[in-house]
Every structure is written in structure tokens, then in C-alpha cells.
Design a protein around this ligand. Structure first.
Ligand SMILES: [Fe+2]
Length: 288
């Protein structure tokens, strides 16, 4: 089974601000011990926000599909010289999974594999995204990570996480140059992307993306975000590589959130990676 991005954990200082933010976006919000849980679909949680003394990315987890695949993946990682640490029962409860194991890539970026991703006991509810965010075989969205060596992180994802190159984007020259690698594990154009260069990242990750069903949902979310006074990172625009229509806003922890729709789905029998010189074909202006 193709790997899917199943969950992400963040550390945050202000859960109250995150609750307000999450309700503006349209997440289904539940409470746990010193933790907010954002639901996007039928799963018990997709984004886990823990109250801590810092604001930053904590972890993300790849659903490998089964106990057998999980054990096999740990063997593959360890055989490749990767240190893998299996999680404890408390960590599995926090993530609502049967079991999970963590490791870091050559750039020091923490990721996890897991299986037994639990469904919620209650139906998904949202005032704004009534039928849920677009997840399914494409996982919950994607993450963009600034790293010290994006080619090493790309190679790690291809070797150990069944990733395939979607495309590269190279923008700017000299000190203004930024290089990006977009990687897919399933039909979603990219589940993770790595970059290095001049574009700053506010935290360990630049942004995470969630997908809404329609362009109208993107526009309506943009209107709600602006009306609520949430800072805009990039105005509405369309990416040149995955054709997704999206905007970026800034979460209470400083990490950006991209809300988008309409990204292409990849058919590996026909896909050819390309090189782009601009991440966006129109829009995506700084600060909205
Ligand atoms: Fe993105």
C-alpha cells in the first residue's frame, strides 16, 4: 500500500489562539490533556497541538498500512543504518495509532511511521467544510520543510519512504537562489517537499497544507481568515507545478498553513518530473 501522510504534531504556547484559528479554518476541534485535536475527516485526529513552552513542528507520521508493513519498514530503515526508536503507549494514544516509530533524515528532520490509524467514534462536524477536507488515498495534505541539504532529504525519502520525485523548482540566482524538491508517495502531487536557499522558514517547517473540496471553499476560507484578522502569508494564487489554487495564512505558532484545492493527481505510469523556475503561475503575493 502506498504510504500516506496520516498525522502531524505541533508544539504550541497558546492553545486558545489555536482553537480560534482552527474554528476559522473549519476544523473539527476536540480536547485532550493539554492538547487540541484537529479532525479533518473520519479519523480521530490529523493535527495534534500540544501545549508546551515553544512553538514549532514536533513530528509527522506516515501510515504504512499494516503491522506487517510496519515491521518490514523498520527493518529496511535499520538495515540502511537509520536509528529507529519505537514509540510508547502514551505516544500511540496521543496520535490515535496502534503503534509508531520515529527517526530523523540526514537533515535532522523527524518523521514517523505508524499503522492502525484510528477512526473517530463520532461523525466529522464542521460549520464550514461540511463533508470534510479532501484526504483519503492522498493522506491529509503536505508539508514543506527547509533543510540544510535538500538533496539528501530527497534521497532519503526516495530510498526509505517509497517516495518518487514529482518535480524540482529552482528560483533566483546567487544568494537569492532557492531549490526545492517535491516528492509524492501516492496520488497527491506531493506529500512532502524539501528546500534550501534564500526563502526563510519561520520554524522547522515552512508550512503544512490542507485541501478543501472546491475552489469556492478556498475563497470562502480566505474571506473568513481575512475577516478574523488572521495574518496572510501569501494571497490567493496557483502553483505552477501541481496547479493547486491556494492561499497561505500564518498560524498562532508562526508556521504557515496553506489551504488549497484542485491539485493534480499523479499517475506514475505516465508522470515525468519537470524543472520549474517559478513556484506560482499567478498570485501568491506576500502579505496578501
Ligand atoms: Fe504547499
Amino acid at each position: 500500500m502506498p504510504l500516506k501522510l496520516a498525522y502531524m504534531g505541533l508544539n504550541a504556547t497558546d492553545l486558545k489562539a489555536w482553537r480560534t484559528f482552527g474554528s476559522v479554518i473549519g476544523f473539527h476541534i476536540e480536547d485532550a490533556d493539554n492538547t487540541l485535536l484537529f479532525r479533518l475527516d473520519e479519523k480521530a485526529r490529523r493535527i495534534i497541538i500540544r501545549r508546551t513552552s515553544e512553538d514549532d513542528y514536533a513530528y509527522c507520521g506516515w501510515d504504512v498500512g499494516s503491522a506487517e508493513a510496519y515491521a518490514a519498514r523498520i527493518d529496511i530503515l535499520r538495515a540502511g543504518g537509520v536509528e529507529v526508536v519505537e514509540g510508547d503507549a502514551a505516544g500511540a494514544r496521543e496520535r490515535a495509532v496502534e503503534a509508531y516509530a520515529g527517526f530523523t533524515d540526514p537533515s535532522g528532520f523527524r518523521q514517523e511511521i505508524a499503522f492502525g490509524i484510528k477512526d473517530a467514534a463520532t461523525p466529522f462536524r464542521s460549520e464550514y467544510v461540511k463533508n470534510g477536507f479532501s484526504t483519503g488515498d492522498g493522506g491529509f495534505g503536505h508539508i514543506l520543510v527547509k533543510v540544510s541539504d535538500y538533496r539528501a532529504s530527497e534521497a532519503f525519502a526516495l530510498r526509505f519512504l517509497d517516495g518518487k520525485l514529482s518535480d524540482h523548482v529552482v528560483v533566483g540566482e546567487g544568494a537569492g537562489r532557492t531549490e526545492m524538491a517535491f516528492i509524492h508517495m501516492n496520488e497527491r502531487h506531493h506529500s512532502i517537499a524539501f528546500f534550501e536557499g534564500s526563502i526563510p522558514a519561520p520554524k522547522k517547517i515552512h508550512h503544512f497544507m490542507v485541501e478543501v473540496p472546491t475552489f469556492e471553499d478556498v475563497g470562502r476560507t480566505y474571506d473568513r481568515v481575512r475577516a478574523a484578522g488572521v495574518p496572510i502569508g501569501l494571497s490567493i494564487g496557483q502553483h505552477s507545478n501541481d496547479r493547486e489554487l491556494s492561499f497561505y495564512c500564518i498560524t498562532p505558532s508562526g508556521i504557515w498553513l496553506e489551504v488549497g484545492a484542485g491539485g493534480v493527481r499523479i499517475d506514475d505510469t505516465a508522470w515525468q518530473p519537470s524543472l520549474y523556475d517559478n513556484p506560482s503561475s499567478w498570485g501568491h503575493q506576500f502579505g496578501g
